[in-house]
Design a protein around this ligand. Sequence first.
Ligand SMILES: NC(=O)c1ccc[n+]([C@@H]2O[C@H](COP(=O)([O-])OP(=O)(O)OC[C@H]3O[C@@H](n4cnc5c(N)ncnc54)[C@H](O)[C@@H]3O)[C@@H](O)[C@H]2O)c1
Length: 261
Amino acid sequence: MDTVDENDDIPAHPGRFDGRIAVVTGAASGIGRATAIRLGTEGAAVIAADISDGVHGVVDEIRAAGGRADAVLSDVSQRAGAEAPIDAALEIHGRVDVLCNIAGVLAAAHSDQVPDEQWERIIAINLTGVFYTTRRALPALVESKGSIVMASSTSALSGHPWMTAYSASKGGVLAMTRTLAMEYARRGVRVNAVAPGGITTPMVGGLELPDDVDFSLFDRISPLDEFRGPETVASAICFLAAPEAAHINGEVLRVDGGTLA
Ligand SMILES: NC(=O)c1ccc[n+]([C@@H]2O[C@H](COP(=O)([O-])OP(=O)(O)OC[C@H]3O[C@@H](n4cnc5c(N)ncnc54)[C@H](O)[C@@H]3O)[C@@H](O)[C@H]2O)c1
């Protein structure tokens, strides 16, 4: 699926992240890709991390546009892999100013039939991986008075049928966001989350629903029946990471076109 939606051509803010070092996980595709490119376009030196080698193309794209970027191939579900992007930022640049925890996976099943491996994989990538990356980054972020943006989901705010493991992981991410925001506020670190609704990315395009679902329940997920592209979320992530959001901390910003308004 093409992840650049021409309808979502949201203006960039050149120079907004000049001199900043930004780490983006899940940078090979969808929202993470759009975020890495936007941060690079706006002046950040980007560490673009992903388990997929598609991340090299993103780095090439940022460099071709005159930006700075390096790729890290790693699996956030393993502690060393989750820490690797932070280690790379510290090795290459000696600091971290922005951490965007975007890597994630989605799978659906009737909740009484969720396979153990689906539960464990989703929690390992979407929740434990976020914790490992964040824990590694926090000392550097305290030093730089930096900020973290998490990819939560509207599934953390309302029921998303057949997505028990995913919703639990995103609810955990939101709880982590609020806890960290309070704990680190006085040390100058801001921690916020975005809660996207349905966004056209490979994650959503590849979603397989279980048999015999009641499709009318989809109204609970996207009553507006309107999916937008990843740029809409990337621009919100960059706003939360940027200096103009200086007094926004522990917030969850829905990017759902008003679905849960
Ligand atoms: N697309 C939506 O509708 C939507 C809605 C709400 C929240 N989100 C969240 O936004 C984030 C990005 O989703 P997306 O829609 O862009 O999906 P995507 O599938 O396009 O991108 C996810 C990226 O994460 C990477 N990834 C997966 N497992 C990994 C691992 N173990 N280690 C490192 N990287 C890994 C993938 O390779 C991929 O590049 C996810 O956390 C997702 O849960 C998406």
